[in-house]
Ligand binder design. Structure first.
Ligand code: GTP
Ligand code: MG
Length: 134
C-alpha cells in the first residue's frame, strides 16, 4: 500500500490468502488488513470483493453473510463458470447482501477473468433449465 501511495499508482490490488468465515482469528486478520490499508491511504480499501467458486453450493450463502457482517463487501467475483456449475447461488447472495457481481472467471488464463454480463449469465441459467426439462 505504501509503495503504491509513494509511487502514485492508480490501483493497488491486495489478494488475501483463503479465509475461513468460521475462524474468528482469521477474520480478525482480514479486518486488520482493512485498517492497515486505511492508514496508508484514507478511504481505502475502496472496494472489497469476495471471490466465490461457482461450484460451491448453498454453503456459499452462509459464508457470504459472515463476511458481509465483518466487513463491507462491495462486490463478488464468481469463478469457475467454465465448468458445469452455473453459479445460480449468487442470485441468493446478491439478493441477501445487495452487492453486485463484478467479474466472472471462465478459465485459467489471464483473459478468462471477464466483466460480469448479467444477460449472458441469466441466458446460461435458463438454457440449463430448459435442458433439464427436456
Ligand atoms: N477452470 C477454471 N479454473 C480456475 C478459475 N479460477 C481459478 N481457477 C483455478 O483454480 C485454482 C485455484 O485458484 P486460486 O486463484 O489459487 O484460488 P484461491 O481461492 O486464490 O486460493 P487460495 O489463495 O489458496 O485461497 C488454480 O489452479 C486456478 O487456475 C476459473 O474461473 N476457471
Ligand atoms: Mg489466492
Amino acid at each position: 500500500m505504501k509503495k503504491g501511495v509513494d509511487e502514485g499508482v492508480d490501483i493497488v490490488i491486495c489478494d488475501t490468502a483463503g479465509r475461513l468465515h468460521s475462524n474468528a482469528g482469521l477474520m480478525d486478520e482480514l479486518k486488520k488488513l482493512r485498517r492497515v490499508a486505511g492508514k496508508a491511504m484514507p478511504g481505502a480499501p475502496h472496494e472489497t470483493w469476495m471471490v466465490l467458486d461457482a461450484t460451491n453450493g448453498q454453503n456459499a450463502i452462509s459464508q457470504a453473510k459472515t463476511f458481509k457482517a465483518d466487513m463491507e463487501i462491495s462486490g463478488i467475483v464468481l469463478t469457475k463458470l467454465d465448468g458445469s456449475a452455473k453459479g445460480g447461488v449468487v442470485l441468493g447472495i446478491c439478493d441477501e447482501l445487495k452487492v453486485p457481481v463484478r467479474f466472472v472467471g471462465v478459465g485459467e488464463k489471464i483473459g478468462d477473468l471477464r466483466p460480469f454480463d448479467p444477460t449472458a449469465f441469466v441466458d446460461a441459467l435458463y438454457a440449463d433449465a430448459g435442458a433439464a426439462e427436456n
